[in-house]
Ligand binder design. Structure first.
Ligand code: ASP
Length: 324
């Protein structure tokens, strides 16, 4: 029997067209176009729901939470869901849903790097791939998936690696979960992180600050003044920061703000390795949490969910120390 799949559209380039002289902008033909898309008809019984039609830089954590609740309620009547999204923040929304969704049914994000006015447009092929992945038995229980350019990635680790190429979405270091060929879908590995943070509220007041050489403490001090609940510091290498911001890190900790260090490198974990002032070991002794291999934007969302669920910094700290 054919599987029942819901396609939930949220906007992005996949739903945009060139409209001279205004550039590439949203248009309202995409959702209707999906309903008459012949290549989908044999793959599954499809329903299409236009949830939003926004460029993905307009996406917010609050909207991600609403989308997660919507997916959990809708998917009860389906075997799987495909969510179309802009590529710019896709990895954030997909990761947020990966943490927050209750369902174990396949939920697959897809998008397009090229609008429907461009030669070699990738949207239709990506949608077909995503529907096939959502309808595939083996996709169950693998967490939220991202399908682009015939590749299946895990939402936790996928990165938009290039601003223009159609093979932009990739999982650095760990690689793809699987591939989509014309004859079949092949999974090569499992994503072993199955973290779930189920909550109906988030704490939006979490900041992400990137370390650069010679920086001063202006951004940290602003965050402290705004009573942020936590600061994610994208530090150098193994988790080391410039000495000029150490006093502000101390002030943040004294004010009860959680400071979580991740690395600004492309891949790899942070470690309590370097003992010099500003090094990861020094920071850990100061009370900073070392956040493993998760990238800054994803750690920020994770903290929003953790504070939404547990409220108290000490409980969030204990959780992170057990689950990094
Ligand atoms: N700016 C677009 C968006 O994220 C880019 C895309 O979808 O590729 O909405």
């Amino acid at each position: 029997m054919k599987k029942k799949i819901i396609i939930i559209t949220t906007g992005g380039t996949i739903a945009m067209k060139q409209n001279s002289p205004f550039g590439v902008v949203p248009n309202d033909e995409f959702t209707a176009g999906l309903l008459s898309f012949e290549q989908l008809k044999d793959l599954a019984t499809i329903d299409v729901h236009e949830y939003a039609n926004i460029p993905s830089p307009y996406m917010t954590p609050e909207k991600m939470l609403e989308l997660a609740k919507f997916v959990d309620s809708e998917i009860e009547r389906y075997d799987g869901a495909v969510i179309t999204h802009g590529t710019d923040t896709l990895e954030e929304t997909a990761y947020f849903l990966n943490l927050n969704l209750k369902t174990e049914k396949p939920v697959v994000f897809t998008a397009a790097m090229r609008s429907s006015s461009e030669l070699g447009l990738d949207g239709p092929r990506n949608i077909v791939g995503a529907v096939r992945a959502a309808a595939c038995e083996e996709s169950k229980g693998k967490g939220v998936l991202v399908v682009m350019d015939d590749a299946i990635n895990s939402a936790r680790d996928v990165v938009k690696t290039d601003s223009g190429r159609t093979d932009s979405f990739f999982t650095p270091l760990y690689g793809l979960l699987g591939t989509i060929d014309p004859d079949k879908i092949t999974y090569y590995r499992k994503a072993l992180f199955h973290e779930k943070i189920q909550t109906d509220t988030i704490e939006p007041n979490i900041d992400l600050i990137k370390c650069v050489s010679g920086m001063d403490s202006r951004f940290l001090d602003t965050a402290i003044r705004q009573n942020t609940r936590a600061i994610v510091l994208e530090a150098f290498g193994r988790g080391n920061i410039p000495p000029a911001i150490i006093p502000a890190v101390r002030r943040a900790i004294a004010a009860g703000i959680l400071v979580v260090v991740v690395s600004r490198t492309y891949t790899g974990r942070v470690l309590p390795e370097y003992g010099y002032e500003g090094g990861g070991l020094f920071l850990q002794k100061l009370g900073v949490i070392l956040g493993s291999d998760l990238k800054g934007p994803k750690m920020r969302l994770r903290l929003m969910l953790l504070f939404g669920k547990y409220k108290e910094p000490q409980i969030v700290r204990d959780y992170l120390e057990k689950n990094t």
